[in-house]
Design a protein around this ligand. Structure first.
Ligand SMILES: [Zn+2]
Length: 118
Protein backbone atom coordinates (compact mmCIF):
# COMPACT_ATOMS: atom_id res chain seq x y z
CA UNK A 1 0.00 0.00 0.00
CA UNK A 2 1.21 3.45 -0.87
CA UNK A 3 1.91 6.10 1.78
CA UNK A 4 1.01 9.76 1.30
CA UNK A 5 0.82 12.92 3.39
CA UNK A 6 -2.56 14.37 4.23
CA UNK A 7 -3.22 17.64 2.38
CA UNK A 8 -4.71 19.15 5.54
CA UNK A 9 -2.85 17.84 8.61
CA UNK A 10 0.27 16.61 6.78
CA UNK A 11 0.31 13.31 8.66
CA UNK A 12 1.23 10.15 6.79
CA UNK A 13 -1.54 7.76 5.84
CA UNK A 14 -1.99 4.62 3.77
CA UNK A 15 -3.79 5.40 0.54
CA UNK A 16 -6.90 3.30 -0.03
CA UNK A 17 -7.43 4.95 -3.44
CA UNK A 18 -4.79 6.30 -5.81
CA UNK A 19 -6.34 9.77 -5.78
CA UNK A 20 -6.79 9.98 -2.00
CA UNK A 21 -5.52 13.29 -0.61
CA UNK A 22 -6.68 13.23 2.99
CA UNK A 23 -6.11 10.90 5.93
CA UNK A 24 -9.76 11.11 6.99
CA UNK A 25 -13.17 12.55 6.11
CA UNK A 26 -12.66 15.03 8.94
CA UNK A 27 -9.50 16.40 7.31
CA UNK A 28 -11.16 16.58 3.89
CA UNK A 29 -14.06 18.53 5.30
CA UNK A 30 -11.80 20.85 7.36
CA UNK A 31 -9.73 21.56 4.26
CA UNK A 32 -12.86 22.36 2.22
CA UNK A 33 -14.31 24.58 4.98
CA UNK A 34 -11.06 26.48 5.30
CA UNK A 35 -10.95 27.13 1.55
CA UNK A 36 -14.60 28.14 1.44
CA UNK A 37 -14.09 30.60 4.32
CA UNK A 38 -10.95 31.99 2.75
CA UNK A 39 -12.98 32.90 -0.34
CA UNK A 40 -15.97 34.26 1.60
CA UNK A 41 -16.26 37.93 0.51
CA UNK A 42 -17.00 39.22 4.03
CA UNK A 43 -14.01 37.44 5.54
CA UNK A 44 -11.78 38.46 2.64
CA UNK A 45 -12.82 42.12 2.93
CA UNK A 46 -12.43 42.14 6.74
CA UNK A 47 -8.95 40.62 6.57
CA UNK A 48 -7.94 43.11 3.88
CA UNK A 49 -9.13 46.01 6.07
CA UNK A 50 -7.31 44.67 9.15
CA UNK A 51 -4.08 44.19 7.24
CA UNK A 52 -4.29 47.61 5.59
CA UNK A 53 -4.81 49.36 8.95
CA UNK A 54 -2.03 47.31 10.55
CA UNK A 55 0.43 48.25 7.78
CA UNK A 56 -0.46 51.93 8.31
CA UNK A 57 0.27 51.51 12.05
CA UNK A 58 3.65 49.91 11.33
CA UNK A 59 4.56 52.78 9.03
CA UNK A 60 3.57 55.42 11.61
CA UNK A 61 5.25 53.62 14.53
CA UNK A 62 8.55 52.84 12.86
CA UNK A 63 10.74 51.77 15.78
CA UNK A 64 8.67 53.66 18.36
CA UNK A 65 6.42 52.05 20.96
CA UNK A 66 3.72 54.72 20.67
CA UNK A 67 2.75 57.37 18.15
CA UNK A 68 -0.01 59.75 17.26
CA UNK A 69 -1.74 59.40 13.94
CA UNK A 70 -3.44 62.52 12.66
CA UNK A 71 -7.01 61.65 11.68
CA UNK A 72 -6.75 63.62 8.46
CA UNK A 73 -3.56 61.78 7.50
CA UNK A 74 -5.20 58.49 8.46
CA UNK A 75 -8.02 59.19 6.01
CA UNK A 76 -5.54 59.99 3.25
CA UNK A 77 -3.69 56.73 3.94
CA UNK A 78 -6.96 54.80 3.68
CA UNK A 79 -7.19 53.95 7.37
CA UNK A 80 -10.51 52.30 8.19
CA UNK A 81 -10.54 51.94 11.99
CA UNK A 82 -13.73 49.89 11.70
CA UNK A 83 -12.23 46.49 12.44
CA UNK A 84 -10.12 45.06 15.21
CA UNK A 85 -8.98 41.65 16.34
CA UNK A 86 -9.91 42.28 20.00
CA UNK A 87 -10.77 44.90 22.61
CA UNK A 88 -8.50 45.48 25.56
CA UNK A 89 -8.27 47.52 28.75
CA UNK A 90 -4.90 49.25 29.11
CA UNK A 91 -3.48 50.78 32.29
CA UNK A 92 -4.16 54.48 32.49
CA UNK A 93 -6.76 54.53 29.73
CA UNK A 94 -10.34 54.65 30.94
CA UNK A 95 -12.05 53.24 27.88
CA UNK A 96 -11.52 49.97 26.08
CA UNK A 97 -9.15 50.25 23.15
CA UNK A 98 -9.31 48.40 19.85
CA UNK A 99 -6.40 46.12 19.03
CA UNK A 100 -5.25 44.84 15.63
CA UNK A 101 -2.98 41.86 16.27
CA UNK A 102 -0.46 43.51 18.66
CA UNK A 103 -1.14 47.20 18.13
CA UNK A 104 -3.78 49.10 20.14
CA UNK A 105 -5.46 52.27 18.93
CA UNK A 106 -8.04 54.73 20.18
CA UNK A 107 -9.18 58.28 19.50
CA UNK A 108 -6.72 60.40 21.50
CA UNK A 109 -8.47 63.69 20.92
CA UNK A 110 -10.46 65.40 18.21
CA UNK A 111 -7.59 65.27 15.71
CA UNK A 112 -5.48 62.25 16.60
CA UNK A 113 -5.55 58.53 17.16
CA UNK A 114 -3.03 57.15 19.57
CA UNK A 115 -1.40 53.92 18.52
CA UNK A 116 0.52 51.72 20.94
CA UNK A 117 2.62 48.64 20.23
CA UNK A 118 1.69 46.10 22.91
ZN1 LIG B 1 -5.28 14.60 7.97
Amino acid sequence: MEIANCKFCNSEFEMRRSDQKFCSNKCRSRFNNKNRLRNNPIIKETNKTLLNDYIIFLGILGNDQEALLEKQKARILGFSGRQCTRLENLDGIKKQVMVIYDIAFYPYNENYFKIIKL
